[in-house]
Design a protein around this ligand. Sequence first.
Ligand code: T5A
Length: 333
Amino acid sequence: MTWVSSAHGLPGVFISFEGGEGVGKTTQIRFMESVLKKAGLDVVRLREPGGTTVGESLRSIVLDAKNDMLDDRAELYIYEAARAQIVAEVIRPALERGAVVLCDRFVDSTVAYQGYGRGLDPAFVRQANEFACQGILPDVTVLLTVDSTAMGLRRATRRLGADRLELAGTEFHQRVNEGFKQIAADHPERIHVVTSTSTKSAAARAVWDVVGGVLRDAFGVEPPTEADYARLDKPRRRPGRGGGSGSRGGRQGGGNRHGVSRDGQRREGGQRRDGGSKGERQGERGSRGDQRNNAGARGRRDSHLRGSHGGAQRSANERSNGQGAAGAEGARS
Ligand code: T5A
């Protein structure tokens, strides 16, 4: 039987990963990507906001801690603008040609953050989502959760400091996490909750339980092997500071607009579509030295986080151009 998605009517498979800060979305998406590419599939790994040249520029604005004056409504429109662009430019074409699209955040984040978190009218947020999505919805959504909001924020900020959204305060993030729970309860047919509190491999097994069925139906994909899972729990080697083919080379490679970086991954529009890993961002940060302290972050709505992150706040230009100069990985096999 030929697979055609009931969510978007196209031959590809669209899987989104959602959750609060630091729940492990990037970790799980990268793992999933490696497994699917090994199986020979066409895989497109993306992040929101971002994934296009326009989207990465919008990401720089919306996550920059210096932009603490940004109005909540303006914030909503920035996320929706980035989404409209990535759907039209990347997601729809990928699904049309039968690729697997793995997206780090999508519409549910907007309902959770701008609706539940900021308090904008949820009905309006959903309408804005619909407009930006152009009829494209995920086949499956994995909602990753951790034990507490504080745990996620700690994971998200421990190495790079906090961006504008992470600085919005614990209460804001608690509302976001409650929102995600409610959204999952509202859409049990699409959204599946996976706990990401224990090991990365334990979470990956649970993720496969959720997405394996649709991937098997669409492409006959086999589950990851024990060796695949074991690799996930191995500590990753961090890129070294400066020099040679280390982090500096990576940044320069990632920041150019000509295609290929030091790691040989193809760039499109000079950017990686997924924004790279925390480890990569760490290397980038190392090579940027003191620039991180120039974020001048003022978007601190909550003194709790202000106290705990002090000078470690990062500007989005660091976090997202960097990773982000990283930006996008046309993770197409
Ligand atoms: N946003 C986004 C909105 O407000 N509205 C919207 O519509 C959209 C689309 C995006 C921000 O924008 C907001 C939400 C966000 O605030 P971002 O940088 O993409 O910014 O933020 P996050 O999505 O939260 O990305 P993070 O990289 O911070 O978190 P991840 O990807 O969930 O977590 P990950 O995989 O990087 O892991 C974090 C750390 O935890 C470890 C990892 O090794 C890493 O160090 N880890 C684990 N440790 C132990 N056990 C496990 N199981 C682990 N899994 C991961």
